[in-house]
Design a protein around this ligand. Structure first.
Ligand code: SF4
Length: 180
């Protein structure tokens, strides 16, 4: 007994974007880029009390090539910024970024010569989570809102093309030679 029982001879129509986005939003693989106390708060989000698995994002990845959700959790210094930039650009499209806490969003209380005053100075951000530290529920709320955003995205979104053009330009301007 399958779906035929319910659908009979009726026609089921949808768009490719809807199906792809539905799959994408329900199987996010987070890369926790934790540098300070916000990452400890993220650990509780992964545990059973808050259980991020309910939203299909329980599989953390510690390789950017196997992740599509970058979660920045903590203070980012100028020394650390190039590493974050590289991690972001190593992730393949489509990818999203959640910026967790005051430090990652704006430098927080560390208005100093050593601290980057917000990660959106070097990489694009999809969701910001305020607080110091944010409650685990706030991180889950950001994840749910990101899922809603993903569901509305188009597969022809120009942002993907713009990023692709940008990376192509960087590649062409580099000294890397491709042997044919
Ligand atoms: S926002 Fe607060 S809790 Fe989070 S890393 Fe900064 S100081 Fe720590």
């Amino acid at each position: 007994m399958g779906v035929e029982k319910y659908l009979g001879d009726s026609i089921f129509a949808t768009s490719l974007s809807s199906v792809a986005n539905w799959a994408r939003k329900g199987s996010l693989w987070p890369y926790p880029y934790g540098t300070a106390c916000c990452s400890i708060e993220f650990m509780s989000v992964m545990c059973s009390d808050f259980d991020i698995a309910r939203f299909g994002a329980e599989r953390p990845s510690f390789s950017p090539r196997q992740a599509d959700l970058l979660m920045v959790l903590g203070t980012i210094t100028y020394k650390m910024a190039p590493v974050l930039w590289r991690v972001y650009h190593t992730m393949s499209e489509p990818k999203w970024v959640i910026c967790v806490g005051a430090c990652a969003s704006s430098g927080g209380m560390f208005d100093s010569y050593a601290v980057l005053q917000g990660i959106d100075r070097i990489i694009p951000v999809d969701m910001y989570v305020p607080g110091c530290p944010p409650r685990p529920e706030m991180m889950l709320d950001a994840l749910i809102k990101l899922q809603q955003k993903i569901q509305k995205e188009s597969l022809n979104d120009p942002k993907y093309q713009e990023r692709s053009d940008y990376l192509q330009r960087i590649f062409e301007e580099s000294d890397i030679e491709v042997k044919k």
